[in-house]
Design a protein around this ligand. Structure first.
Ligand SMILES: Nc1ncnc2c1ncn2[C@@H]1O[C@H](COP(=O)(O)OP(=O)(O)O)[C@@H](O)[C@H]1O
Ligand SMILES: [Mg+2]
Length: 265
C-alpha cells in the first residue's frame, strides 16, 4: 500500500518523509475478534490506517461499525488482542455530548490543563467558526453548532487519530455539506488520520481517501479514491453504484443506506 496516494489532492499537506515512516501505520489491527455473549460481531478483522489517511467506514446498521470504533477509541477493552492505536486520539459521536452546565469553551477545554486553556479552546472554536460563542450555553446551540463544538473539543488535543461515528447523520442536508467542507479544512490543517463511520455513500466518496465496507463483521470491500476531492462528481458514479450494490442495492436512488439508526452505544 502506498500511503503517498492519499495526499494526491493536497500535496502541500504531506509531512517530510523522515517524519512519516510509511511502514508504520497509526492503526493496526490483526485478526481482531469481538463477541458479545454468543454473538460474534467482528470476525478476524485486519485494518491498517496510515498517518494522515482519511478512511470512511460504510456498513448497515448492526454491522459492527461502532464496535470497531469503540475498540480503536479504547472505550471497549480488547484483552490479548493485536490492536495498535496512538495514545493521542479523539472521538466525535452523532450527538455532540456536551455538558449542558458548562459553557461552550469549558466543554472544549474539558480535561486540558494549564493557564492557557481558554486561549486554546478559543483558537479551536475560531477554527470551527464559533469564536463568538465561547461563553454560550450548549443548549442554546443548533445541532450543527453543537457538532462544531464537538469537533473543536476533539481537535484542541491535536490527535493523531480522529474517530468520527456518523457525526453528521442528524444534521439537515445543507448543514451536512457545510460540515463536509469544515471537516476537510480541519483535516488538512491538523493532518490526523481519520476513521469516519457513515451510512451515506456520497459522504464517504466526497471525503475519504479510502472507503471500507463492513458486512457481517468482515471488511467486504475496500476502495481507494485517487480522484481529487473537487472532481469527484460524475467520475465517481461507477464507484457509487458499486458500493451501493455491495451494501444492498435498494438504496441506489438516495445514496443513503435505508436503515434506522440502531445499535449505538
Ligand atoms: N455492549 C453490547 N452488548 C451486546 N451487544 C452489543 C453491544 N454493543 C453492540 N452490540 C451488538 O453488536 C452488533 C453491532 O453493533 P454496532 O457496532 O453498534 O453496529 P453499527 O454501529 O454498525 O450499527 C449489534 O448487533 C449490537 O446489538
Ligand atoms: Mg453505530
Amino acid at each position: 500500500m502506498d500511503a503517498r496516494l492519499n495526499f494526491l489532492d493536497h500535496p502541500q499537506a504531506e509531512p517530510p518523509v523522515s517524519q512519516l515512516p510509511v511502514s508504520q501505520p497509526v492503526v493496526r489491527l490483526r485478526s481482531f475478534v469481538r463477541s458479545f455473549g454468543e454473538t460474534t460481531v467482528l470476525h478476524g478483522l485486519d485494518l491498517d490506517i496510515q498517518p494522515g489517511e482519511f478512511v470512511a467506514l460504510l456498513g448497515r446498521s448492526g454491522s459492527g461499525k461502532t464496535t470497531l470504533l469503540r475498540t480503536l477509541a479504547g472505550l471497549d477493552t480488547a484483552p490479548g488482542q493485536d490492536v495498535r492505536v496512538p495514545t493521542s486520539r479523539a472521538v466525535v459521536f452523532q450527538d455532540a455530548r456536551l455538558l449542558p452546565w458548562k459553557k461552550v469553551w469549558r466543554n472544549v477545554a474539558l480535561g486540558l490543563k494549564g493557564a492557557d486553556i481558554r486561549d486554546r479552546a478559543e483558537a479551536a472554536l475560531r477554527e470551527v467558526g464559533l469564536g463568538h460563542r465561547l461563553d454560550a450555553w450548549p443548549l442554546t446551540l443548533s445541532g450543527g453548532e453543537a457538532q462544531r463544538v464537538a469537533l473543536a473539543r476533539a481537535l484542541v488535543r491535536e490527535p493523531r487519530l480522529l474517530l468520527l461515528d456518523e457525526p453528521f447523520a442528524a444534521l439537515d442536508a445543507l448543514t451536512r455539506l457545510r460540515m463536509h467542507d469544515l471537516v476537510l479544512d480541519l483535516w488538512r490543517a491538523h493532518q490526523p488520520a481519520v476513521l469516519m463511520v457513515t451510512h451515506d455513500v456520497d459522504e464517504a466518496i466526497a471525503l475519504a481517501d479510502r472507503v471500507l465496507v463492513l458486512d457481517s463483521g468482515r471488511i467486504a470491500a475496500q476502495e481507494r479514491i485517487t480522484i481529487a476531492r473537487g472532481e469527484r462528481g460524475d467520475m465517481t458514479q461507477p464507484l457509487r453504484h458499486k458500493l451501493l450494490d455491495i451494501l444492498g442495492g435498494a438504496a441506489a436512488s438516495s445514496g443513503v443506506i435505508p436503515f434506522p439508526h440502531g445499535g449505538h452505544a
